[in-house]
Design a protein around this ligand. Structure first.
Ligand SMILES: Cc1cc2nc3c(=O)[nH]c(=O)nc-3n(C[C@H](O)[C@H](O)[C@H](O)COP(=O)(O)OP(=O)(O)OC[C@H]3O[C@@H](n4cnc5c(N)ncnc54)[C@H](O)[C@@H]3O)c2cc1C
Ligand SMILES: NC(=O)C1=CN([C@@H]2O[C@H](COP(=O)(O)OP(=O)(O)OC[C@H]3O[C@@H](n4cnc5c(N)ncnc54)[C@H](OP(=O)(O)O)[C@@H]3O)[C@@H](O)[C@H]2O)C=CC1
Length: 500
């Protein structure tokens, strides 16, 4: 192996592992060091490009030895980075060791941004440990409050069974990070019906811990330290028991246009006089009255004046990039959302330090159809592209921004529907200067396209619409579609024949 300081990657999630693997392939005779706080790493397997922008892959939690056996030049050190001395090209890990680097890529992910830190009744969901904690609480729960209106909240309210859910959202409609009110309206009826036994199959990223015995999984988990593991991802809830003690499927009560004003532990709540508790769905039935005469472990007061008792609260309120060990003594430029700012070569503001995945904020001038969202797909793409940029820098070669940053494309599943989001799917950044076209068949599909000057800028496709690839092409080629008018979404016209 060649002499000289190694190429170092910090973080064993999708971004870090993809970056390390790509570096190992690009520089087979150089040492690549992967420093990670978590004992298990996340590897992408069975990667398939479904179309120009949509991709499918599986993610496996693996022991670090599996990665080392795949790449002889990768060494994994399970110890968190504690300090970076960028001027000296060196960093220190928790185990007291010092590591020199030629190039460093920071891929330390993010952690839940909780509405209340240190409250034992407020849980966040990020990694295997936090899910186990959640499951433990849920098993005995009668009522849980979910705060937030993004990906985790959408998944949880649908997946939780046998427990009342109070869902508190800031917005008028559910799922604000992914949907508009129309799509929300389409999805809501699913909360009133039983969950199907067999979830819909959908081509997209999938999360597995296959190939590991239960013992290995236990051994692999971190101990009592407070370090975060890698983020979970698609289908993390599949195979998990998210069922509480009651016999019903869903019982979700949504409180819109409100935030959390205060959280009381039951001792504090008992001291309050003159307060009355709210009932889910406003029902003052016998059962509810009986429930609310009991003491709850925790009470949540909303800005709309209502107070609900519950067993615990899930704060599904977004993430904060894990940047702390890198900031002190270094002049990183940090974006408003707390991420390390990176340019179109994934370079941070510090020489020879790159960043990728949830920890970074893409601060280049974006393509008109792309935006950053902290998602698995983007973590993989950024990790891969960061390695290419590092290689180009070492070899003194130019490199252009990768095509994957041309078009935002995300496949996921909500409420057991396949969901595809393309481009400016919510008219992001377009102001009022855009039109919407809709096609909706209740319980079957919801199609929305965002148009500007006759060109397609984005789309939301819920259900089996088969329009993914055609719309992806129409957004990318910016064809003038004015002449087609409403025909564009006419279900009796085979749109693919027009454009393929
Ligand atoms: C419950 C849940 C469901 C999700 N569902 C989806 C989904 O359906 N689709 C989708 O696209 N995305 C989903 N996401 C988001 C997706 O999981 C993340 O965007 C993605 O995993 C981020 O990858 P990453 O490598 O940047 O960070 P992470 O996966 O968070 O990995 C960060 C790594 O850095 C390590 N680390 C942290 N600090 C240090 C340190 N100081 N030194 C060394 N190592 C450190 C951690 O141990 C970890 O290994 C979901 C996230 C959650 C929490
Ligand atoms: N299927 C998928 O693709 C999934 C993706 N994920 C990803 O995992 C990460 C974590 O998910 P999640 O935590 O749901 O984050 P998201 O960013 O998806 O959503 C956070 C939500 O919480 C709201 N919020 C923020 N602060 C508060 C507050 N103080 N009070 C009330 N609401 C608040 C946000 O509103 P506002 O936007 O107005 O600030 C937003 O609705 C995200 O990157 C997400 O994209 C997670 C699950 C599934």
């Amino acid at each position: 192996m060649a002499d000289g300081p190694p190429l170092v990657v910090a973080g064993g999630g999708i971004a870090g592992v993809t970056c390390a693997e790509q570096l190992a392939l690009l520089f087979p005779s150089r040492q690549v060091l992967l420093l990670t706080a978590s004992p298990l790493i996340k590897a992408v397997t069975n990667f398939k490009q479904l179309s120009k922008a949509l991709e499918e892959f599986q993610v496996e939690e693996q022991a670090s030895t599996v990665l080392e056996s795949r790449h002889a030049n990768i060494q994994v050190i399970q110890s968190a980075v504690r300090r970076l001395e960028s001027a000296e090209h060196q960093l220190w890990t928790e185990d007291g060791r010092q590591h020199h680097y030629e190039k460093l890529c920071v891929c330390t992910g993010a952690r839940p941004k909780l509405i209340s830190d240190g409250n034992p009744y407020v849980l966040g969901i990020r990694d295997t440990d936090s899910v186990q904690e959640f499951q433990k609480h849920l098993a005995k729960a009668r009522r849980v409050a979910v705060v937030g209106n993004g990906g985790i909240a959408l998944e949880l309210v649908y997946e939780i069974e046998g427990c009342e859910v109070i869902w508190a959202i800031k917005d008028k409609a559910i799922g604000n990070t992914f949907f508009d009110a129309g799509a929300a309206e389409f999805l809501i009826p699913k909360l009133a019906v039983e969950k199907p036994e067999v979830p819909v199959a959908c081509k997209r990223t999938k999360y597995t811990t296959e190939g590991k015995s239960e013992t290995e999984q236990k051994v692999g988990r971190k101990g009592e330290d407070t370090e975060l593991g890698s983020a979970l991802g698609p289908d993390w809830h599949e195979g998990l028991k998210l069922k509480a003690c009651k016999e019903f499927s869903h019982k979700v009560h949504i409180e819109t246009l409100c935030e959390v004003k205060k959280i009381y532990l039951h001792e504090e709540f008992k001291q309050l006089s003159d307060v009355s508790l709210a009932f889910p769905n406003g029902e003052d039935d016998e059962q509810n009255t009986k429930l609310d005469q009991e003491l709850w472990p925790v009470y949540i007061e909303l800005t709309n004046g209502k107070i609900y008792g519950c067993d615990f609260i899930v704060s599904a309120t977004g993430v904060l990039p894990n940047v702390q060990p890198f900031l002190s003594g270094n002049n990183f430029v940090v974006a408003e959302d707390g991420g390390l700012k990176v340019d179109d070569h994934m370079c941070t503001s510090i020489d020879h330090v790159y960043a990728a995945g949830d920890v970074c904020t893409a601060s280049w001038k974006h393509s008109p159809f792309w935006q950053q969202m902290r998602l698995w797909t983007q973590a993989r793409q950024m990790g891969w592209y960061a390695a290419k940029c590092i290689a180009a820098d070492i070899c003194g070669e130019p490199i252009e921004l990768d095509f994957c940053f041309e078009l935002f494309a995300h496949i996921t599943k909500f409420f057991n529907y396949k969901v595809v989001l393309l481009g400016k799917f919510n008219g992001q950044g377009l102001g009022s200067d855009h039109d919407l076209m809709l096609r909706c068949t209740k319980g079957y599909e919801y199609v929305k396209v965002v148009m500007q000057n006759g060109r397609m800028m984005g789309a939301v496709l819920i259900g089996e619409t088969d329009l993914d690839e055609t719309f992806e092409n129409l957004i990318l080629n910016q064809m003038d579609l004015s002449a087609y008018g409403e025909d564009l979404l006419d279900p009796n016209i085979d749109i693919e024949d027009y454009f393929d």
